[in-house]
Design a protein around this ligand. Structure first.
Ligand code: C2E
Ligand code: CA
Ligand code: CA
Length: 644
């Protein structure tokens, strides 16, 4: 092999020597030919070589220039990137895959409260709230596994000062040239303000603005949650429905602003009467709900209810004024009184109703009988709703006598409901029901029209100065058309307004004094007479009697009854009659049942009377007969203004 190589090298050397010697020979020949031509050729070769060199040089310098430009723009881009990174209002950071921070910008530092050098020795995971770390790790794995390109989520980070900072974190993965995960880019945007606004909105949707307590939405949400957990753990819980007693009266007396303060104080007392795990909510107005969780013994609920009653009862001072408020509580227990939120709330409400019936300031547990009672009530309400169209209402009339002249000067219209199932129902049973359902408006209209028409008939029959007393309910005073309705009836029947006596109780006035007085003044302007009914059972101020120039006062029958039984009652009744007379108002005694009572009233100066002693309330035909031939029980004390 070596020999072959030596042979080839020797051959090549031989060829080169031959070639060079050829050239030298040729050169000699040329020199011999012409020196000037040689010179020319040489210079041409030199020129050629120089121009080749020049071209190469130019090419090289152009390349250099380009490299320089690329370098420059690279530097420029880097600079721009640096500026962008540093001055971005978004927190930017570069992380290793294990979360250690490699590079951070200013905003990132400011957001979390550390300086750049502190940051670079830290791991981002330590700055994320424990709740969010798991989530973050799962999504990082998804990025690595190429399940996601980018991960974005709201996170709670912990600031250096320990406070929570809400951020919108965007994490993206950078891979190397071999497509292997290399590092992470993290962007953080501070969304704490936005979160706060969201929280405020959320709070508003679930809380009562006046007291800060939970509202109905939140309560329902909580009950649903407690229902589920109580079912799971077989626990018991209690629902307490509270309603402040006579809050409307207090509100009207002390003003709405003070009323609001009262509600706030009560809310605070309720909150401090129960544990943190229980809930206090305000449903609106003066209605509160307390939910007691994990009830071990029913008696303990009774103790809590009593504690609440006691704490509400403590004097409340608003603007230097002492206010005493009480509350009534109805209680339903899960699982005994209902399995659903609706049943539990309904039953607690029924129990509350019972507590109110029991004289307020007490608590009542729901019982099955309450449902039975409520069902009966519902059936009665249903029947009552149809009474008007079925023509089941009628009026009975009770005569009123002027004591001095012993003349029947008027009658009082008293409502009756004649129903196949319930028999003859008295107004005490139905007025409250009708008020609850709103039916009272239609019923009152019917009473007004029927009574006025009847009075007109009696006037036409010759009892021309007979007056008609009509009882008014609280609800119709809220009816904007009430005064107009009365005027319409007066015009239609042609009755003199003075022949109408509208009876109202003190409690009606106290429910809404401002509005009631306004309506009463308008009625007085029409010329209608105003009578205060059941006088002595309410607490209306005497000065109002004068201001309103009331026409008559009906002394409640409890005074009349007691007047002949004990001296103190007699003294009170005497004093009332004297005072009413002094105010130039006509005193009327109602519920007079005996001759003894009649004699007493006559002696003390009572001007008018009505009662069983004279006559029971009678149906229209019977009372017409009575007006023609007045016949009091066993006595002849009457004279009617008979013209026929
Ligand atoms: P009230 O206005 O005080 O009517 C007198 C009530 O006492 C009547 O009861 C009457 O039957 C009864 N009464 C009359 N004399 C005597 C007596 O000597 N002894 C006893 N113990 N009672 C006597 P009634 O008819 O059951 O009416 C009860 C209440 O219902 C009335 O009390 C009145 O407040 C209300 N009411 C009656 N009719 C109407 C009406 O049309 N509209 C409204 N809103 N309420 C009415
Ligand atoms: Ca009356
Ligand atoms: Ca009365």
């Amino acid at each position: 092999m070596k020999r072959i190589l030596f042979f080839i090298a020797g051959a090549l050397l031989g060829l080169c020597v031959a070639f060079v010697s050829d050239w030298v020979a040729l050169y000699r020949q040329i020199i011999q030919l012409n020196t000037s031509i040689l010179l020319t050729i040489s210079s041409l070769v030199v020129i050629f070589l120089i121009s080749v060199l020049l071209i190469k040089y130019k090419q090289l310098s152009q390349l250099n220039k380009k490299t320089f430009q690329v370098d420059n723009s690279l530097r420029e881009v880097t600079k721009k990137f640096e500026t962008l990174f540093e001055q971005s209002t978004i927190g930017l950071a570069m992380l290793n895959l294990d979360g250690t921070l490699v590079r951070v910008n200013q905003t990132f530092c400011e957001l979390l409260g550390y300086n750049a050098s502190e940051m670079l020795s830290m791991n981002y995971y330590f700055m994320v709230h424990a709740n969010d770390v798991n989530h973050l790790q799962i999504h990082l794995k998804n990025l690595i596994d190429k399940k996601n390109d980018v991960y974005q989520s709201e996170q709670e980070c912990i600031h250096k000062n320990g406070q929570v900072v809400w951020v919108m974190a965007t994490l993206s993965l950078i891979r190397d040239l071999n497509d292997e995960p290399h590092h992470l880019i993290l962007q953080l945007q501070n969304i704490s303000l936005q979160k706060k606004a969201e929280e405020r909105l959320h709070h508003m949707a679930y809380h009562d603005p006046l007291t800060g307590l939970a509202n109905r939405n939140k309560l329902e949400q909580f009950i649903n949650h407690i229902l589920a957990s109580s079912r799971r753990h077989q626990q018991c819980f209690a629902l307490l429905f509270l309603d402040l007693d006579r809050f409307k009266n207090i509100n009207d007396t002390i003003g709405h602003e003070a009323g609001d303060m009262l509600l706030q104080i009560v809310a605070e007392r309720l909150r401090s009467a129960v544990r943190n795990t229980d809930m206090v909510a305000r449903l609106g107005g003066d209605e509160f709900v307390v939910l007691i969780t994990d009830v071990k013994k029913t008696e303990s609920v009774g103790l809590i209810a009593q504690k609440i009653l006691d704490s509400v009862l403590e004097v409340i001072i608003i603007k230097g004024q002492e206010i005493y408020s009480t509350t009534s509580i109805g209680i339903s227990l899960y699982p005994y009184d209902g399995q659903t939120i609706q049943t539990l709330m309904k039953n607690a409400d029924l129990a509350l109703y019972r507590a109110k019936e029991h004289g307020r300031n007490n608590y009542q547990f729901y019982t099955i009988e309450m449902t039975a009672k409520a069902q009966d009530k519902l059936a009665l309400q249903n029947a009552l709703a149809h009474a008007l169209v079925k023509n089941e209402f009628l009026l009975h009339y009770q005569p009123i006598m002027e004591i001095a002249t012993r003349k029947i000067i008027g009658v009082e219209a008293l409502l009756r409901w004649s129903n196949k199932e319930y028999g003859m129902v008295t107004p005490d049973e139905i007025i409250a029901l009708a008020e609850e359902t709103g039916l009272i408006i239609l019923v009152s209209e019917w009473v007004l029209k029927t009574a006025c028409q009847q009075l007109k008939n009696w006037h036409e029959m010759g009892f021309s100065s007979l007056k008609m007393a009509i009882n008014c309910s609280a609800r119709i005073f809220k009816q904007a058309t009430f005064v107009d309705d009365i005027l319409k009836v007066i015009n239609q029947t042609g009755l003199s307004p003075a022949s109408l006596e509208l009876e109202i109780t003190e409690s009606i006035i106290m429910k809404d004094p401002e509005n009631t007085l306004r309506v009463l003044y308008a009625l007085k302007d029409l010329g209608v007479k105003i009578v205060i009914d059941d006088f002595g059972t309410g607490y209306w101020s005497l000065s109002n009697l004068r201001r309103l120039s009331v026409d008559k006062i009906k002394i409640d029958r409890t005074f009349v009854k007691q007047a002949t039984l004990d001296e103190t009652s007699a003294a009170i009744t005497t004093a009332i009659i004297a005072m009413v007379n002094k105010l130039h108002i006509i005193p009327v005694a109602e519920g007079v049942e005996t001759r003894e009572q009649y004699e007493f009233l006559k002696r003390e100066g009572c001007l008018e009377m009505q009662g069983y002693y004279l006559s029971q309330p009678l149906a229209q035909e019977a009372i017409t007969k009575f007006l023609r031939h007045p016949m009091p029980d066993g006595e002849t004390i009457l004279e009617t203004e008979k013209t026929i």
